[in-house]
Design a protein around this ligand. Structure first.
Ligand code: PLZ
Length: 443
């Protein structure tokens, strides 16, 4: 690994060069594009981001669950370098190439279920979600799509409509796509009657709302994140997803698992729905798939994927050869290094430390997640009232100490942790030390 795997603070965070670049950014880039931590990166690898001031930060974000195989992972770099020297683009819809087919084969093999599958490749997560909805509508001849509270599916028009949260994703960006219906999520921590009855009651509510407000026979698809990402790493109450999936099967409704954030070894399995024993009809992937290059996919039952007329799906860059080469390198890395097991090990190290932190600080209302997708939800002590102020203070204290942490949550009160799966255990525990220090100093 070329970047030394040690934290190093040479200046305050952000340092003077980053501040200069941030001034240029403000003058050149739309202020609609925000930044969590305006530290300008020059190199990154393993669990470290190195900035223009020579600081080295510990990465607990992986660029939002993207560089699970590590930044500039060796197999990704060499696959990309070879491909970029051979050819950079032909457009798969014009003159195809093997790399696209090879990625589709890998996806068909790795995603849950032994049924016959097909895949189609796209550029971004939002685009994959849009296409999954197109496929479900086309195959069923129905229009309605059911999504959940706290859902995040993207920023394009259709995916904004599927996304639950107004600020910052939807505010004044309407009108939104029609035929989207929202139902409650089985969110154990906030379920009114408590977590024990959450799965059953949430499922009853789901069935009754879809029946009374939409009508089963009008529903093309139900889309759900098996662990909700931007919404706050909400793990649906056990059994809920399975009930929803089998109810969809009974009614000829396409069950779409959006595994864009939770997929590719992140949660300790290749895909998060495996933990629940759920086999989706369609699955959307992106982020972790290609080690940082833009690539996304829809994978699913052959009869659904092949229902669409020839030419009905596509896009100029979808399945770009360089991105496909990167994906093949990333998938090979995940297989060779057993990264799903690394994710489990990360949980084994992190969860006890987060539980201990929660025992000490009563602003932590909930510790949750799975594998290397973990979070704490902050509240006013002893209540369910969200505490975004405490979250902002702790996140800022982490950043000052050179730990990149991300936030999330419908109420802006969740600190989430998504370390690269290849992070060294010394960096992992140093990051947790910083987090503990941040809770002690910021609150
Ligand atoms: N579905 C489950 O997590 C992307 C969004 C960051 P794109 N999440 C990070 C931001 O603020 O824009 C995401 C996701 C799930 C879909 C998407 C969308 O993926 O590649 O960002 O379009």
């Amino acid at each position: 690994m070329t970047v030394p795997q040690h934290r190093l603070l040479k200046t305050e965070i952000p340092g003077p060069r980053s501040r200069d670049l941030q001034a240029r950014k403000l003058a050149a880039v739309s202020s609609g594009v925000g930044t969590t931590l305006p530290v300008y990166v020059t190199r990154a690898g393993g669990g470290i981001l190195e900035d223009v001031d020579g600081n080295r930060l510990i990465d607990f974000g992986s660029g939002i669950a993207v560089v699970s195989v590590g930044n500039a992972a060796p197999r990704v770099v060499s696959a990309v370098q070879e491909q970029v020297a051979d050819f950079t683009h032909t457009c798969f819809m014009v003159t195809p190439y093997e790399e696209y087919v090879a990625v589709a084969e890998q996806l068909n093999e790795l995603t849950p279920g032994t049924h016959e599958k097909r895949s189609a490749l796209f550029n971004s997560g939002a685009e994959a979600v849009e296409n999954a909805v197109k496929i479900a509508r086309h195959a069923t001849g129905r229009q309605a799509v059911v999504a959940f509270d706290h859902a995040y599916h993207g920023r394009t028009n259709l995916t904004m409509a599927l996304t639950a949260k107004n600020m910052p994703y939807k505010h004044r960006f309407g009108p939104f796509a029609t035929e989207i219906y929202r139902v409650p999520m089985a969110y154990p921590f906030r379920w009114p009657t408590g977590p024990e009855r959450c799965a059953e009651e949430a499922f009853d509510t789901f069935v009754s709302q879809v029946h009374t407000q939409v009508g089963e026979s009008n529903v093309a698809a139900v889309i759900v994140e098996p662990i909700q990402g931007e919404g706050g790493f909400i793990v649906p109450a056990p059994g809920f997803l399975r009930s929803v999936a089998s109810w969809c099967a009974e009614h000829g409704i396409v069950f779409i698992a959006d595994e864009i954030q939770s997929g590719f070894c992140r949660t300790g399995d290749w895909f998060a729905c495996e933990h629940e024993g759920v086999v989706p009809d369609l699955i959307t992937t992106a982020k972790g798939i290609a080690g940082g290059l833009p690539l996304a996919a829809v994978t699913g039952r052959a009869e659904l994927m092949d229902a669409v007329h020839g030419g009905g799906l596509g896009g100029t860059y979808g399945g770009n050869p360089v991105a496909c080469a990167a994906a093949l390198g990333a998938i090979e890395t995940m297989r060779a290094e057993r990264l799903e097991q690394r994710a489990r090990r990360i949980e084994a190290v992190m969860r006890p430390r987060l539980d201990a932190l929660a025992a000490k600080h009563d602003v932590i209302g909930d510790v949750r997640g799975r594998g290397a997708m973990l979070a704490v939800e902050l509240v006013e002590p002893g209540t369910l009232t969200p505490n975004p102020t405490a979250m902002a203070a702790v996140a800022a204290a982490c950043h000052q100490q050179g730990l990149v942490t991300l936030t999330a949550g419908t109420y802006g009160n969740v600190l989430r942790f998504l370390p690269p799966l290849v992070i060294g255990e010394d960096l992992l525990s140093e990051g947790l030390d910083i987090l503990e220090g941040a809770f002690a100093s910021a609150l």
